[in-house]
Design a binder for this molecule. Structure first.
Ligand code: FES
Ligand SMILES: [Fe+2]
Length: 378
């Protein structure tokens, strides 16, 4: 009977997944994810329900809620949420009024109560309904029993995450070994520098797949290939996360005039490229961190949001020469990735392609992501 109550779109997708997505945990035997998971809109609805509503999503920064009453809103899948500070406590709620689903907050700001922008019902920072004007005479209406629906919220360093699933494993479990591995990088005290968003004509998973392997570096990123030691590149999967190691290539004898980074200088060689299922990347260097959040807009459109943090932020990143160089190099790599991701998305619609095979040596990170997809979807 339960399945009769599900929306038809979900029923269809469930059937489709169970029928067409067998997955082999052994990478040597496995085929990649079927093309239709990237091209059919039905799967995005299923992913929003089964993946995005059950995983920790990076939605903002602690400095946005540094004082009691400060708040910001964010979108998680189809749900609008609000994150706020109530004295020492970080809280998050669905941004949905209990009256007729109006918004209790817009954008960001600082207030000591949340007043719905429709008919003015007012909630305190703990989510309790304080005032509901002109409701006298309404039966079985007890404001004391009514409160905004809470959302799990947690922070790590300058980053704030929420989870729509109150029973999900704690954030620490999703972050895996990343915090321990970067303890000496000082992420806790890094401050926000700048944000950049890119909109891509591809499914969100095409971008994540591409991030999780270094296999494409020699062909797609010739200038990056000059900097890194490709033979030592490896991906280390954990339960819900993975870490990529991409050490810098040693300097050739006599120096490398064309090289951007000198591995002998200033800890440049050390970096941790962390990925957290399903859509968060933390690229951490000595004194600097870049976060990437991959947000599906539709089945074939994706926003990639980059935010940069630094131990010593430049006064103005737009005019700081070191910072401009860093962003220009990041843009160059990003442009190369965008071009290949958009082309792959078009080709995934080809009548001749369905599933491919993995390089067991180079694509264990992609296979790991796909095994989590399979686990959450089925
Ligand atoms: S919907 Fe919020 S007060 Fe009416
Ligand atoms: Fe790339």
């Amino acid at each position: 009977m339960a399945s009769l109550q599900q929306p038809p779109v979900q029923q269809q997708a469930q059937r489709a997944v169970s029928l067409i997505f067998p997955f082999d945990p052994d990478i040597r035997r496995a085929s990649t994810v079927p093309a239709r998971l990237y091209t059919d809109p039905v799967y995005l609805e299923l992913e929003r329900e089964r993946i995005f509503a059950h995983t920790w999503q990076l939605v903002g920064r602690t400095e946005q809620v540094s004082e009691s009453g400060m708040f910001f809103t964010a979108q998680v899948g189809n749900d609008s949420i609000v994150v706020l500070r109530d004295r020492d406590t970080l809280r998050s709620f669905y941004n949905v009024c209990l009256h007729r689903a109006g918004p209790v907050a817009y954008g960001c700001g600082k207030r000591q109560t949340l007043q719905c922008k429709y008919h003015g019902w007012t909630y305190n920072l703990n989510g309790e309904l304080l005032r509901a004007p002109e409701m006298e005479g309404v039966e079985r209406f007890t404001p004391e029993d009514m409160r905004l629906r809470p959302v799990a919220v947690a922070s790590w360093g300058p980053l704030i995450f929420v989870n729509l699933d109150g029973k999900a494993p704690p954030l620490e479990e999703m972050l895996g070994t990343i915090p321990g591995r970067v303890a000496h990088f000082g992420c806790e005290s890094m401050r926000y520098v700048m944000r950049k968003e890119y909109e891509l004509a591809c499914n969100w998973k095409v971008y994540v797949d591409n991030y999780l392997e270094g296999y494409h570096i020699p062909v797609v990123h010739p200038s990056l290939h000059k900097e890194i030691d490709y033979d030592s590149y490896r991906v280390e999967p954990h339960r819900y996360s993975s870490i990529q190691h991409a050490p810098l290539r040693p300097m050739p004898a006599g120096g490398g005039a064309e090289r951007k980074y000198d591995p002998a200088k200033s800890d440049a060689g050390e970096a941790v490229y962390g990925w957290i299922f399903p859509n968060i990347m933390l690229n951490i260097y000595m004194g600097q961190m870049q976060t990437n959040v991959i947000l599906p807009v539709s089945h074939d459109r994706t926003v990639v949001a980059f935010e940069w943090f630094a131990a010593n932020p430049p006064a103005d990143p737009a005019t700081d020469p070191d910072w401009s160089r860093l962003v220009a190099f990041s843009d160059e790599i990003q442009d190369e990735d965008i071009e290949i991701c958009e082309t792959v998305q078009r080709n995934l619609r080809s009548r001749v392609y369905d599933r491919g095979r993995y390089s067991a040596k180079r694509e264990n990170g992609v296979h790991h992501f796909h095994s989590l997809l399979h686990e959450f979807l089925t």
